[in-house]
Ligand binder design. Structure first.
Ligand SMILES: Cc1ncc(COP(=O)(O)O)c(C=O)c1O
Length: 378
């Protein structure tokens, strides 16, 4: 049962982002990790180095559309050396988490938002857009079969859906074939002993995204291009890099893998507007939660000079970064070629910590879910 796509000017498009789902064939691993070994790996899983026993895979070609949906043993992909992704980086991905509730069930947080963003990423990268229900079904099936891998406590199961261009052809054009897959990695609490403030380096040599580019989508190339700037941040003793806009080189955009918020003395929040930044799902959720409690939230441009001046005058009370992996990280120190400055004396602030607690409580099912963000998988 394939999903039909049409071709317009050689670019594959879908009639609608919703579309039907596919029936997944479930083939459990014949030699899964033993319970003892799994328990040992879950003691201190860290981030992104330990993987579960299975993966979900769906394939696309022009004749069959999306087809061959399976959940199977996690294994290498046989990939021809001329596969398009290896040459022209036609690749997109997502990141979301499954959380264990106190009653033993399992929550996904806003998987529909990830499915939509993945769809948008595919369109921008001229890839076959995956119907959103197929994305969600693949994620849910993988969580169900690998549920024993979800760590307890403040841990979670990080899910990594991705799509690669697999056509064997060296011409520069949209691939005619794709592989969509989801893998899963148990992760511990991002911060042991509570969120520690991060220091960030303002990149003046490198930019991340320009208008008309790919900054607003989650394609691998964006991250490859950010690594040099991140290495520069580390060289300067900082944890993360923050990028400025590519035109005037003064407006704050975002970190390499997180959006950013500013908290002012009147209690209001400011975050850079969408356009060249990734539309973070955590960002969107924080805006909604802040507005729920009557906080004014502006999505407006903010310059690095203003940031420095507001930190010095005391007008700026806090700054924090946000994303799926760490939820909210307070920013304690900002460093740049023209000098360093501290925020909230370098400590975690109450607004960042309060929003973090609210969001985490919803994710783990410990608090009411007024926006219907939670999808119970089990
Ligand atoms: C560049 C970038 N910005 C922001 C985010 C935060 O997005 P989300 O809250 O959806 O995880 C991420 C992480 O996915 C990212 O890679």
């Amino acid at each position: 049962m394939g999903v039909s796509f049409d071709k317009v000017d050689g670019v594959i498009w879908s009639a609608g982002s919703k579309g039907p789902s596919l029936k997944f064939e479930i083939q459990p691993a014949t030699n899964p990790t033993s319970e003892k070994e799994r328990a040992a790996r879950l003691v201190d899983p860290g981030f992104g180095r330990i993987f579960t026993d299975h993966m979900a895979v769906v394939r696309y070609n022009q004749a069959k559309g999306w087809h061959g949906a399976r959940v199977e043993s996690r294994a290498n992909f046989p990939l021809d050396p001329a596969a398009a992704v290896l040459h022209y980086a036609q690749e997109i991905f997502e990141g979301l988490k499954a959380y264990t509730r106190d009653d033993g069930g399992v929550n996904l947080f806003r998987p529909d938002a990830n499915a939509r963003r993945f769809h948008n990423s595919a369109e921008r990268m001229a890839m076959a857009p995956l119907p959103e229900p197929v994305f969600i079904e693949a994620v849910e099936q993988l969580v169900r079969i690998d549920r024993a891998w979800i760590p307890g406590g403040e841990g979670s199961l990080y899910l990594r859906p991705f799509m690669i261009a697999s056509e064997v052809f060296l011409g520069v054009k949209p691939s005619a074939e794709y592989i969509f897959a989801v893998i899963a990695s148990p992760v511990g609490s991002y911060f042991k002993g509570g969120p520690a403030p991060v220091s960030i380096w303002v990149s003046e040599n490198y930019t991340r995204a320009a208008i008309g580019g790919t900054g607003a989508v989650k394609c691998g190339g964006n991250y490859a291009a950010s690594l040099r700037a991140q290495a520069e941040a580390i060289d300067h003793g900082c944890d993360q890099v923050v990028f400025l806009d590519a035109v005037e080189r003064r407006y704050i955009e975002e970190l390499g893998g997180m959006n950013v918020f500013f908290v002012f003395d009147d209690g209001s929040l400011l975050t850079p507007p969408l356009g060249t930044i990734l539309p973070g799902i955590t960002r969107d959720s924080i805006i909604a939660l802040a507005k729920d409690s009557g906080t004014r939230v502006r999505e407006e441009v903010y310059t690095i000079d203003q940031w420095r001046a507001d930190a010095a005058s005391g007008k700026l009370k806090e700054a924090f970064a946000c994303g799926t992996a760490a939820v909210i990280s307070p920013i304690g120190k900002v460093c740049s070629a023209s000098g360093d400055f501290l925020i909230s004396g370098g400590a975690a602030g109450p607004v960042a910590m309060g929003l973090r607690r609210k969001l985490v409580d919803i994710q783990y099912g410990r608090a009411a879910d007024p926006h219907n963000w939670i999808r119970k998988v089990l």
